[in-house]
Design a protein around this ligand. Sequence first.
Ligand code: F6R
Length: 240
Amino acid sequence: MQVQIFQNKEALHRAVAERIIAEVKQNPQSVLGLSTGSSPIDTYANLVRDHQTQGTDYSRVRTFNLDEYVGLAGSHPQSYRYFMNEHLFHHLNIPMENTYVPSGIGDLEKECEAYENEIKRQGGIDLQLLGIGTNGHIGFNEPGTPLDSRTHVTRLLQETITANARFFSTVEEVPTEAVTMGIQTIMEARQIVLLAYGSKKAATIRDAVRRPVTENVPASVLQHHPDVALYLDEEAAALL
Ligand code: F6R
């Protein structure tokens, strides 16, 4: 695992965005794995600014998001599809049909299988962007998820529901289930970039990086991946 520590969040987001931009420039048909939550918002703002000022071309890029809430249609303001449209896709020249977000409605078993097949059909993920939950989850793979899991429906733990309540009016509105790429799906990405900042993430970053690999800290499995870079601020890296 390669660990890069930045003095502040601004420098961290710039560096993550530069890494993604370099990937897209080097391979204009890149397949990007993307995440939501608060962590990547300013990274996406950097990508949008670069596209507007430098013209980085996304017309042939394909993207696959990690996860989506069960029960929320893409038009729901709290859905991850909506989030991605608002923060990124609507501001780049990426064709919408090149952007894949798991569906949280319909026949979910079929949707999960179709999602895995589509990732394969597009040649696999070149670069996967990850955040990390305070309990060590990646995607919505909560502690205890088998390390060989693929895209599946998962029940969110109370800790995750409480953490994500900040995006909803009340905690009762937070969906209790999600569709998520599995841990094995994530591990098959050719490169992985995980970004984390703030003191709340310090203990889980320590557990993921310095402690033995365990299903109880899903992010720890990244120790087994040949090309992982952690982009951290000083607070998130404080216990390393
Ligand atoms: C989101 C996702 C989650 C988040 C994690 C951290 O697509 O897959 O694993 O990355 O919950 O969320 P934030 O960034 O809000 O702290």
